[in-house]
Design a protein around this ligand. Structure first.
Ligand code: ATP
Ligand code: MG
Length: 269
């Protein structure tokens, strides 16, 4: 028992809540760009060694949740911890793949240049990139089937190829928590398979993965857990018990057609 908890137990005071050591824990998170909150009072705790889908309609605050968790946009209120630590102390442990539409693809760099950016945190901005770093970056490109495009300008790759390169950059970071915003958006079936294989491999190595995901038909095959979000937290838990018609209806405000819901491999409520 920690000294704090021991003291509290001895004095008859209620023990302080134990810190949540989850890869990502948010408590009472509210984020607002203007008057209306984009994310309101959300509690969520992502499980270690699991693949979590973040599911909800357009504008539900999914990207906002990830950006606030990374500390790239300010929170109005609430707490975020990464493996029990404040974001600033744990930044090295997170790799993030942004939603594709939000990236400036005209940025003048090559595919391998993008992956090398993933190594800067380790190397330091003034550290020298060596041949070993290039070999690591190339190996990461190889894992996503993009080694042959290493010297291609990033803006001259197709959308799916760009997505693979950003995944390679995340791999180069050797993080413990991978946050991906719609990694499968607009990619072909082969690329989707390549990406999911890489992510499942990370999960099987004990890493934690969370993806914003729109394809409800693949939630059961791809993910262990699901967080339904629509500004507020609708539900969170194992796919087997949480991916229900009731939660889908609640998250999408009843806008999903009943026939569509019937086609999904749903958990029974
Ligand atoms: N930079 C911004 N300035 C003002 N409002 C924003 C900004 N970014 C997002 N919003 C608004 O916040 C809300 C949540 O946006 P967010 O991008 O988090 O949704 P999302 O769930 O990721 O949606 P999508 O599925 O379309 O990617 C939306 O209403 C959006 O219009
Ligand atoms: Mg989004």
């Amino acid at each position: 028992m920690s000294p704090d908890l021991t003291l509290a137990a001895q004095s008859g005071q209620p023990a302080p809540a134990a810190p949540d050591l989850a890869p990502l824990a948010v408590r009472g998170l509210t984020v607002s760009y203007g008057e209306t909150p984009a994310v309101f009072s959300v509690d969520a705790s992502f499980a270690a060694g699991a693949m979590t889908a973040i599911v909800g309609p357009n504008g539900a605050g999914k990207s906002t949740l990830l950006k606030a968790a990374l500390g790239v946009i300010p929170r109005l209120s609430g707490e975020v911890t990464i493996f029990g630590a404040p974001i600033d102390a744990a930044r090295d442990r997170i790799a993030y793949v942004p939603q594709r539409a939000s990236v400036d693809w005209d940025f003048p760099t090559t595919a391998i240049g993008v992956v090398l950016m993933g190594l800067y945190r380790k190397v330091g901005l003034i550290g020298r990139l060596t041949g070993a770093h290039r070999a690591t970056a190339l190996a990461c490109l190889d894992r996503v089937g993009m080694a042959g495009f290493a010297e291609r300008q990033i803006g001259q790759l197709s959308g799916g190829q760009q997505q693979r390169v950003f995944l390679a950059r995340a791999l180069a970071q050797e993080a413990d928590l991978y946050l991906l915003d719609e990694p499968f958006a607009g990619v072909d079936a082969a690329t989707e398979k390549a990406i999911i294989d890489v992510l499942k491999h990370l999960r099987d190595e004990g890493k934690s993965v969370a993806c914003v995901h729109h394809d409800l038909a693949t939630v059961r095959d791809y993910f262990d857990r699901v967080l339904f979000l629509n500004v507020r937290r609708v539900a969170e838990g194992p796919v087997e018990t949480t991916f229900t018609a009731e939660n889908l209806n609640a998250a999408y405000g009843g806008r999903l057609a009943a026939t569509h819901i019937d086609e999904l491999q749903l958990a029974s409520a």
